[in-house]
Ligand binder design. Structure first.
Ligand code: ATP
Ligand code: MG
Length: 575
């Protein structure tokens, strides 16, 4: 491709809303173009990289025995009603109606569609196991689209669904996909970790998130350097503080004026925050979005609540809970904002962190303005409707597996694999017949990769102040030939010769033949992040060119033949 003919528009200025490097650089290079909030188009260079990621995924999925199909992005509501997710999925589901008023949605994921497909197509155990996948556009009306391709409302996903006879088969299908994912993300040039994850709106039992390590990532990961434990902090189990055996002291109400926060009350009473109980007040909603109940969650004062654990404990989706209005909840349950404690609440569900059961003589709110109670003890003074782990694992807390202090890091979730089991096949009656003609539900797994988010994650891990540094495997082009003086006969001839030789060997090559100053051309080559630059300048007549890898600082002079040979070898090795 001659750069003078390429449809490319680099930007000097990017919109202020672009905060993170991948968003800024994908806009500056003109690879993506914003159409509306969270909705982007791909320009030629961006689309070439997207297709390379897709091709890597295709190759590894096919090698793992999966078969590609392509289903519609538009999905009839009836299938979602059958699985129960039409109401449970919440406002992220992009609902539409056809001209006759029939309900559809733009698919955020395709469990229902694939389950429907196989319940019609699979009848016998002889057809199993089966793994079907597609690479397709997904829609989620995200509450806060941001960071460009990272969290958009329209995005490309690879989604795969496996169907097995039994759970042992599922384990194999899952491991098979897990290994394919390791290969895919390695070939994309990502540094990543596979971590234990929550199953979220998709459901099922086991799950791993594949997380590209990055400061700007929205996933927080807890991991242990002593053992193999690695989990999202949403998922990571916590070790409760050891139970105490101090004698139970008598309750005593104390006047604590204006001490609404844990910090204030602990400071006022001169006790450590660990000796207090923190209350968090919520309201929950049913599938129709109507009021369901008030919930008070209690954790040790110095802890942070884990919302995912809380909604899992309540058995509700994340969008069905919100912070309660203090006055309204107070009127209904007796809670007093800033002074809420577990004793004497009514008409409200109490969710108590398991750790509180074993701790003695804590300070809690008195459900009375400006008052707390000392020596509050679980069992004697209050009980929980639900008692379970609802706290965040903090950096330095003991590892739930081996006890060593855990570390935290951040990452971008680029893929996730789930063991669904029979959640969808049972709801939707997808069965097969075994050797004895008996019916069994299909045992399913599902496996997603965010293709466009992966593109952003690659840029996040591969850039410097001057622009992107594409790994060869996903670069829009492998080589850029910078022609310093397009009107110099010798230079032009040499550049075209190199161009032709590389192209003939299957190298994807750009020729910067634009009538621009050399400085501008070098800057653009760096910004675009083409892995190798061959500069044809003053010494072209002697057959000498400059050879520079984008990822390295140093440049070397080489003969044309050497430069061509090394370029071909580089691409062959890293493609
Ligand atoms: P998140 O927790 O980031 O919202 P998710 O867990 O809901 O994502 P999945 O249902 O597991 O997402 O979807 C599979 C993959 O699709 C994710 O691993 C991610 O790479 C990608 N993905 C999900 N939501 C978005 C989005 N809004 N924009 C871009 N990619 C997304
Ligand atoms: Mg996920």
């Amino acid at each position: 491709m001659k750069l003078s003919k390429a449809h490319i528009k680099t930007l000097r200025e990017v919109p202020a809303e672009a905060e993170i490097p991948s968003h800024i650089l994908l806009l500056r290079t003109g690879m993506i173009r914003k159409l509306a909030s969270g909705i982007y188009g791909f320009m030629p260079f961006g689309w070439r990289s997207v297709r390379k990621i897709e091709e890597i995924i295709r190759q590894e999925m096919d090698a793992a025995g999966a078969q590609e199909i392509h289903m519609s992005a538009i999905q009839p509501a009836e299938l979602w009603q059958e699985s129960g997710r039409w109401s449970a999925y919440g406002p992220e589901l992009w609902r539409i109606k056809d001209r006759n008023g029939r309900d559809f949605c733009l698919g955020p994921t395709h469990e229902e569609i694939f389950t429907d497909l196989v319940r019609n197509d699979i009848s016998s155990y002889r057809q199993l196991p089966m793994n079907l996948y597609q690479i397709q556009t997904k829609y989620r009306d995200e509450a806060r689209p941001r960071f460009g391709l990272m969290r958009s409302r329209e995005f490309i996903m690879k989604d795969a669904y496996s169907f097995d006879r039994d759970f042992a088969g599922l384990d194999q299908s899952y491991d098979n996909m897990y290994r394919a994912y390791e290969k895919i993300f390695t070939r994309c040039g990502l540094t990543f970790r596979a971590v234990d994850a929550d199953t979220g709106a998709i459901g099922g039992s086991n799950s791993h998130e594949f997380t590209a390590l990055s400061e700007v990532g929205e996933s927080e990961i807890a991991y242990c350097e002593k053992c193999a434990m690695a989990a999202t902090t949403e998922r990571a189990e916590c070790v409760d503080a050891p139970a105490e055996d101090a004698p139970l002291l008598a309750l005593s109400e104390v006047y604590t004026p204006g001490t609404k926060t844990i910090e204030e009350v602990a400071g006022f009473l001169g006790v450590p925050q660990e000796r207090t109980i923190k209350a968090l007040l919520f309201v929950t909603y049913d599938d129709e979005g109507e009021f369901k109940e008030y919930v008070a969650a209690f954790i040790r004062g110095d802890r942070e609540l884990n919302m995912i654990k809380l909604v899992n404990a309540l058995g509700i989706p994340e969008h069905a809970i919100a912070f309660a209005d203090e006055a309204a909840m107070g009127a209904a349950t007796g809670s007093v904002g800033g002074f809420t404690g577990p004793i004497g609440l009514h008409d409200c569900k109490l969710v108590v962190d398991s750790e509180l059961k074993g701790l003695r003589n804590l300070v809690a709110g008195a459900n009375k303005e400006d008052h707390h109670i000392k020596n509050v003890n679980y069992g004697r003074d209050y009980e929980g409707d639900i008692v379970t782990d609802i706290k965040m694992l903090r950096e330095g807390d003991p590892c739930p597996v081996c006890g060593a202090p855990v570390k935290h890091t951040r990452g971008i979730e680029v893929g996730q694999v789930f063991k669904l089991g029979t959640k969808y096949s049972q709801a939707m009656n997808a069965t097969y017949k075994d050797e004895n003609q008996e019916d069994h539900p299909l045992v399913m797994g599902c496996y997603g990769i965010g293709v466009t988010r992966t593109l952003a994650a690659i840029v996040e891990q591969h850039h410097d102040d001057n622009g992107i540094i594409w790994p060869v495997s996903v670069a829009p082009y492998h080589v850029i030939i910078t022609l310093v003086k397009p009107d110099d006969q010798a230079q032009r001839q040499t550049a075209e010769e190199i161009y032709d030789q590389l192209a003939a060997s299957g190298v994807e090559v750009l020729l910067d033949d634009r009538d621009e100053r050399p400085g501008v051309k070098f800057k653009d080559a760096d910004l675009l992040g083409i892995p190798l630059r061959i500069t044809v300048g003053k010494r072209a007549a002697e057959g000498i060119v400059e050879y520079k890898l984008r990822r390295e600082a140093e440049k070397t002079e080489k003969t044309v033949a050497e430069a061509v040979r090394e370029a071909i070898a580089l691409v062959a090795a890293e493609k």
